[in-house]
Design a protein around this ligand. Structure first.
Ligand code: ADP
Ligand code: MG
Length: 231
């Protein structure tokens, strides 16, 4: 429990910092960008070409800042809703199906017939599944399988289990995977899992990971079902 506390403090700090940094950088950047665009318009200037380059680099910084803002996103930007979380999961499976098919990844899904109604943010949970499936696809590459299942536990919570037959993780990697900016990928950013952790926390849920190098990874998410007074 202490470990988790440290992690969520780190997360809050990272989010606060990200928001401040993003806004502080964006203002002078807008000014710089305005001037370089102005100077670019002077076609006779021998430096016009370089101003173009500067502007492209500014756009790159702006993209990075956007990523920061995603991570710093306000905690409650929308109203909570009451919905079946399995519907979101089903929709996301449909969304990834073509990609799985193209990479020869078999999908097995054992979703509950009973609805799993929760009180929360559908868009954020959509993001959770996107992050998890993206990682699963990246871990598998081509040829493998993903198994998704759901079950209701003691009429209190819903348990969602997502397994992939991908590259798996060492114990050390599992321990670090939710840390801000932790990545083992060349093109990774280490944001997906920290955001996922944050969103599950926000829903008063739990996320648990088991993994074995070369065999695959299983992610278990437990979310409390909506209470009678929330429905
Ligand atoms: P990114 O995908 O940008 O690296 P994430 O926050 O999504 O960042 O994941 C952090 C790290 O956790 C990954 O770099 C990878 O090492 C590990 N990881 C997450 N999910 C999986 C998975 N399904 N299989 C193997 N490794 C994973
Ligand atoms: Mg990822």
């Amino acid at each position: 429990a202490e470990r988790l506390l440290v992690q969520s403090e780190k997360l809050n700090f990272a989010q606060g910092m990200a928001a401040t940094v993003a806004h502080e950088i964006r203002n002078p950047l807008t000014v710089i960008s305005g001037f370089t665009q102005m100077m670019q318009q002077d076609k006779d200037s021998p430096h016009a070409y370089f101003y173009g380059l500067i502007d492209e680099e500014i756009k790159r910084i702006d993209l990075i800042i956007n990523e920061f803002l995603i991570l710093a996103r306000e905690k409650t930007d929308t109203e909570k809703e009451v919905f079946d979380v399995q519907e979101i999961l089903r929709a996301m499976l449909l969304f990834f199906k073509p990609n799985m098919h193209a990479n020869e990844i078999d999908l097995e899904s054992h979703l509950n017939d009973q609805p799993a109604v929760i009180h929360g943010y559908p868009n954020k949970l959509r993001q959770v599944f996107i992050n998890i499936f993206k990682n699963a696809l990246e871990a598998i590459g081509t040829n493998g399988n993903i198994i998704v299942s759901s079950s209701i536990i003691e009429e209190q919570s819903v348990q969602l289990v997502i397994s992939d037959s991908g590259c798996g993780m060492s114990k050390e990697t599992v321990e670090k995977m939710f840390e801000p900016f932790f990545t083992t990928k060349d093109q990774g950013n280490g944001i997906g899992m920290m955001v996922t952790y944050d969103i599950i926390q926000e829903h008063k849920g739990k996320i648990h990971v088991t993994s074995e190098p070369d065999f695959g990874t299983t992610i278990t998410i437990t979310l409390p079902l909506a209470q009678q007074n929330e429905v």
